[in-house]
Design a binder for this molecule. Structure first.
Ligand SMILES: Cc1cc2nc3c(=O)[nH]c(=O)nc-3n(C[C@H](O)[C@H](O)[C@H](O)COP(=O)(O)O)c2cc1C
Length: 356
């Protein structure tokens, strides 16, 4: 029995957002000294040469990262790296602090291994995040910065929001993500229209003096043609990769009492849909546009399915909540076994293996 399997029933008695904040406090304490970080690493890191992935101009020691939303304000990047994650994505970071939606806004769907959230881009804003990155320093794994706009911003103001957050935080980033797929922020205009995307990426490229890779994060709910149209638009604009996918507004075959709460669904129920989106994009782009796969990853098998469908890297949020601190280690160890079983010498060799 792991420590987490004993702590989890207690944590799950608390309201989800309170449990999340307590968990983050524990991680903040655990990353406070070099010695405590080393102890975490010793217990939780799993390294193997087959796990190494070179993508987005960086070397990732393993392909399993923490998805946006877990560490919105860059408070626990060092602890997450010490827990064996191959990369950490902070954010979504907005230009100014923002409260987000009223509570409760995070729900556990235990019977479905899922969550619903309508956090609504709550966060401390870019200046606080910048200060923290300066004081704490960069973690020893690649850092992604997910950038967003204020909920109240008009279409024109949104462009300036992205520009400001990019300008402040891209110096710390190994890649930057433009998040145009949050299902629980107000939709004042079409964030995925070709014209809007063109304005965003032209503005960011003009500021991108360090040539930081820029990715776009998409949702799982649009029909295949719309997803491919969007992929074509961003590819023509020179975007370096796609993160697929964000949470879903669909609610199919769920059991949990909170299944009708509005917001974005994450975890097991969106796994297949998000993997299908990855496969569609990888097929369409002949594997030329790197994909970060996210949605329902919680085991070596689910990570490996996304890799075989065309993801160079994977990320998770909900799986980490359910599986606890040894999630990255368990997944990475299992992926190595699956690679060996199938005769691949590395993750890179298995990327897109299921495509014709
Ligand atoms: C509570 C919560 C907050 C999230 N916040 C963000 C966010 O700020 N920005 C973002 O791009 N994605 C956000 N996400 C989406 C995750 O990054 C991820 O795309 C989604 O949860 C699917 O992965 P999972 O099934 O492993 O959770 C959030 C997810 C959850 C559960």
């Amino acid at each position: 029995m792991t420590l987490y399997s004993r702590v989890r029933p207690l944590a799950f008695k608390l309201p989800p957002e309170r449990a999340h904040n307590l968990g983050k406090q524990a991680l903040r304490t655990a990353q406070a000294t070099r010695l405590s970080r080393a102890a975490l690493s010793y217990a939780y890191r799993y390294d193997h040469p087959a796990l190494e992935v070179d993508v987005f101009d960086s070397t990732f020691s393993n392909p399993v990262g923490v998805a946006a939303g877990f560490d919105k304000n860059a408070e626990v990047t060092h602890a997450l790296a010490a827990l064996g994650f191959g990369f950490v994505e902070i954010g979504t970071v907005t230009p100014y602090p923002q409260e987000g939606n009223d509570r409760p806004r995070l729900f556990r769907l235990r019977e479905d291994d899922a969550m619903v959230n309508r956090m609504g881009f709550n966060g401390q804003g870019m200046e606080r995040v910048k200060e923290r990155l300066q004081v704490d320093g960069a973690p020893n794994v690649p850092l992604g910065v997910n950038v967003g706009k204020m909920n109240s911003s008009s279409e024109d103001e949104a462009i300036e929001d992205y520009r400001r957050v990019f300008d402040r935080l891209s110096p710390f980033a190994d890649y930057v993500v433009v998040n145009v797929s949050c299902p629980n922020t107000p939709e004042e205009f079409d964030e995925t229209s070709p014209e809007h995307l063109e304005r965003i990426f032209e503005t960011l490229e003009a500021e991108n003096h360090r040539d930081v890779p820029i990715l776009v994060k998409i949702g799982p709910d649009s029909p295949e043609e719309s997803i491919l149209e969007l992929v074509d638009v961003v590819r023509d604009l020179g975007v370096d990769g796609i993160i697929a996918t964000n949470t879903s507004t669909t609610r199919e075959s769920l059991e949990s009492p909170d299944r009708e709460e509005w917001g974005g669904l994450s975890g097991k129920p969106i796994e297949d849909r998000s993997t299908a989106v990855i496969r569609t994009i990888a097929d369409h782009t002949d594997g030329d546009l790197p994909i970060v796969g996210v949605g329902g990853v919680d085991s070596p098998e689910s990570a490996y399915r996304k890799i075989r469908a065309g993801a160079s890297l994977v990320q998770l949020y909900t799986g980490f909540v359910y599986e606890g601190p040894s999630t990255a280690k368990q997944i990475n160890r299992g992926v190595v076994e699956l690679l060996e079983r199938d005769g691949f010498s590395s993750v890179e060799e298995a990327v897109g293996a299921d495509l014709e």
